[in-house]
Ligand binder design. Sequence first.
Ligand SMILES: Cc1ncc(COP(=O)(O)O)c(C=O)c1O
Ligand SMILES: Nc1ccccc1C(=O)C[C@H](N)C(=O)O
Length: 425
Amino acid sequence: MTFQNTREFARELDSKDTLNHYQEQFIFPKVNDKRVIYFTGNSLGLQPKRTKAYIDEIMNDWAELAVEGHFYAEKPWWDYQERFAEPLSKIVGALPSEVTVMNTLTVNLHLLMVSFYQPKGKRYKIICEEKAFPSDQYMFQSQVHFHGYKPEDAIVEIKRREGEHNIRLEDVLAKIEEVGDELALVLIGGVNYYTGQVFDIKTITAAGQKAGAKVGWDLAHAAGNIKLELHDWNVDFAAWCSYKYMNSGPGNASGVFVHERHHNDPDLPRFAGWWGHNKERRFKMEPNFDPVHGAGGWQISNLPVLSLAPYLASVEMFAEVGMDALIKKRDHITSYLEFILHEIDKEVAGNFEIITPSNPEERASQLSVFLHGEGRSLFDYLMKNGVITDWREPNVIRLAPVPLYCSYEDMYDFGQILKKGILGK
Ligand SMILES: Cc1ncc(COP(=O)(O)O)c(C=O)c1O
Ligand SMILES: Nc1ccccc1C(=O)C[C@H](N)C(=O)O
């Protein structure tokens, strides 16, 4: 399709978009009395209008039933997380028993590392991506320290080549082979938070496992954004937060995947708590831990139901829409945004550099753009004019045209505001 940088053309695309009406289901902040163009769904998704009712339901049950709500609420609290199994497993390509929701992302990755990072003898190294999200870096450092190793020895980063912004698959595979029988764990972000690069999870997982390591994924920027087949790809474990593409609210609950083949492994260490104990016997207050079969066996505490409620609202919305429809629009609107950026770049004789891969297989709902020659004042101009993006040093803006609530006309309007911001200075 040949794109055009006109409002009529963008409106035409909106009129053909089968997901267009979903915008109405979200609450947008307003700037100058107009709803914003929201590009930061990769950091914090917008609030779906339906979410409040899910929270109110818990508040009402709490008011009316108090402690009895655990068992007698319409959606009883004690096994509330089981409502996620069906819809969430479809979103991440898992069996229902392979997923659960609990805690928050970094906490869950730590808990999963307890099970899947078991350094022994010469096999103690972790492969991760260079410049992983800082929380992951701190996690790796503290984990290897906990096991008595030195981060500079035990953590092996896959580097970008000189002058390149993205990590090459061949370099990941070569590093795995090089570390070989010293490799205990590969743990990478499925979608890089800074560049938006999508990694080949299937191929990297197979290579890591062939080298004798466990392979896990931080899916913070992947869940609800890319097609995942965690079960079929044989991923050992994964975790993600729900507040980005899955719109469950600030700091909210995290999802966890543990592959079926680990469910009954008696040798796998884990940090246990009563919510991971045999569901039928949980309230018998027995002394010995008998884990739930499945990812639920990694739960520790009773559920923060008030924070799961918005996530349930979101998961049900995703089940309605389906990942295939989302991904179809995602690719199209991302390409349209890319086109708009190139057009504006020409019009302002600018020097934009999109550092996200241009290959649609290696990107999803994010374009990270180096605005060479521009400064923070441009970012401030965009914010003041109703375009919410984020700014990462030195001068990269990240734009996530989330398919559930961004329109093609938003992309056109953004281009016009960007042009004014650059030419008007
Ligand atoms: C890739 C990645 N990992 C980890 C985190 C941290 O998650 P949390 O603060 O929920 O543990 C984030 C975002 O905050 C992220 O983007
Ligand atoms: N949870 C947050 C709280 C405060 C500020 C940012 C975040 C983010 O999630 C940042 C996100 N991980 C990112 O990729 O930028």
